[in-house]
Design a binder for this molecule. Structure first.
Ligand SMILES: [Zn+2]
Length: 490
């Protein structure tokens, strides 16, 4: 075990030795040779316990933080061992102080991971088969600020996989290495450890790490992979590439459900990750016809937006779930408009006198003002997109989001809608975003799209909806639903 005089070279040695012991004798320098913090995690043979060794080779942190006030419950006695000391966080503690003369140290602790996963399941999480599904916030004790080079290494029994939100550096044999990224410890995330298949989907310059959890009956692996591949490709019709270089996709089959994909979410801890819960007993065309996968992936176009501003994050994902599916040929242009017009109608019906969009967003979960919030945001997206396209050839909401991705994604901080809109105005040399937000956030009126729809040539609604190619803005309408040209290969 390295002592307090450990150096970066020891980090390489640890990683190198563990690889060698699993039968892959590679030069130690190939692994983690320059990490100033290394977290090694092993799973016990009975899958009940994670044993963690955290080594700090520079600047020993003053405190270690967990992501949940329940984490102390699963830390096994005597706590975090630091040489001859042990640190036992009190009940409900989110952090524990480290006192040391030295700037370097290796700490060890064990976590009752099965118990943590069982508790998460009782609180509405999901579990399939033996798979452990658990929040990293329940077991990972780390400094509030991580260096850029922190390494997290899982050493798991043969055939056991891990799915987690952090960028994967490599998988080799039973060892998986992640770059531990610097999002706040409290940001939600979900990881899975178990005997499930993983697939890499290469799309638009990104690698999506897909894990399909085991279930009875099992999901059709190839069909699920094709579904996510298709959804991710639809997102690349926005600006020719995927907004992130990599992402975790965790797919949980949950048996018979009234809908093909009843639930999805994007969690931001570590890196943005999409979680989809689906009925694996249905034919794959039903998942593919469902909007949820494209909606969740479209959330990755924006940074983490404050929940108080849900109209922005949900609105943009809702707008693009229809636009992107039309561009990818998954639905027709007419169908996309039919869905948008129907949604605007639901949003209008959900709009109450005296309740502003900001009020509705803040009370969304409590008051169930989802339709008002989602579709007001989608209407603002349509208004912004058409105004940008009219203001300047080559400008569009796609281009604004492309520039936002280039400047700012992935982002380790939470943004307000105002910050995102100010940045997008700045990046596009406009004031379209802030002006629209000022017009509608404090208003108790649904954003005014009726006149715009007529000018676009979107006539009527439902089964009788038709598109008028002679309308003033018909070319703009067609351009909205058309994929941009393929980017040059490089
Ligand atoms: Zn959403």
């Amino acid at each position: 075990m390295p002592n307090a005089a450990a150096s970066r070279a020891v980090a390489a040695l640890i990683a190198g030795l563990s690889i060698a012991s699993s039968g892959y004798a590679e030069p130690a320098t190939a692994y983690a040779s320059a990490s100033s913090q290394v977290y090694r995690v092993e799973l016990s043979a009975d899958w009940s316990r994670l044993t963690v060794e955290a080594c700090f080779f520079e600047d020993l942190p003053k405190r270690l933080h967990a992501g949940s006030d329940e984490a102390y419950k699963y830390l096994e006695a005597p706590g975090i061992r630091h040489g001859t000391q042990t640190l036992a966080p009190p009940q409900g503690a989110l952090s524990v102080a480290l006192e040391s003369e030295s700037q370097t140290a290796c700490l060890q602790y064990s976590v009752a991971v099965r118990a943590a996963a069982d508790a998460s399941r009782r609180e509405g999480g999901t579990q399939s088969g033996d798979t452990l599904v658990v929040s990293p916030g329940l077991w990972l004790w780390r400094p509030a600020q991580l260096p850029d080079d922190a390494l997290l290494q899982f050493e798991l029994p043969q055939g056991v996989n891990v799915s987690a939100p952090w960028p994967i550096l490599q998988r080799r044999g039973n060892v998986t290495q992640f770059r531990l990224t610097n999002t706040p410890p409290s940001w939600p995330a979900r990881m899975a450890i178990g005997r499930f298949p993983t697939h890499e989907i290469a799309v638009g310059g990104a690698t999506l790490h897909l894990a399909i959890l085991d279930a009875s009956p099992p999901a059709d692996d190839a069909a699920v992979t094709a579904w996510l591949d298709e959804a991710a490709r639809a997102v690349t019709t926005l600006y020719g590439r995927f907004p992130l270089s990599q992402a975790q996709l965790l797919l949980t089959p949950i048996g018979r459900q009234p809908e093909p994909v009843p639930w999805g979410q994007v969690l931001r801890g570590g890196r943005p990750a999409a979680h989809l819960f689906f009925d694996q007993t249905r034919p794959s065309r039903e998942w593919r016809n469902d909007w949820t996968a494209v909606h969740e992936l479209a959330h990755m176009l924006l940074p983490y937006i404050s929940r108080r501003d849900a109209w922005l994050s949900e609105g943009f994902a809702t707008y693009y779930q229809n636009v992107l599916r039309a561009r990818a040929g998954l639905i027709s242009e007419t169908d996309a408009w039919r869905k948008l017009v129907a949604g605007f109608g639901r949003g209008q019906r959900g709009t109450r006198r005296g309740i502003s969009l900001d009020d509705a967003s803040r009370a969304m979960r409590r008051e169930r003002t989802f339709m008002r919030v989602y579709w007001s945001g989608a209407a603002i997206a349509l208004l912004a997109d058409t105004q940008l396209r009219q203001s300047d050839a080559g400008m569009s909401l796609d281009e604004a989001l492309s520039r936002l991705a280039r400047c700012c994604l992935p982002s380790p901080r939470m943004w307000t809608a105002r910050q995102a809109f100010e940045r997008m105005d700045e990046l596009t040399g406009n004031d379209v975003f802030v002006a629209l937000a000022e017009q509608y956030r404090g208003s108790d009126q649904f954003p005014d799209v009726d006149d715009l729809l007529l000018r676009l040539g979107v006539i009527g609604r439902g089964d009788t909806l038709s598109l008028d190619d002679d309308a003033e803005l018909a070319p703009l309408r067609r351009a909205l639903m058309r994929a941009p040209p393929e980017p040059p290969a490089h």
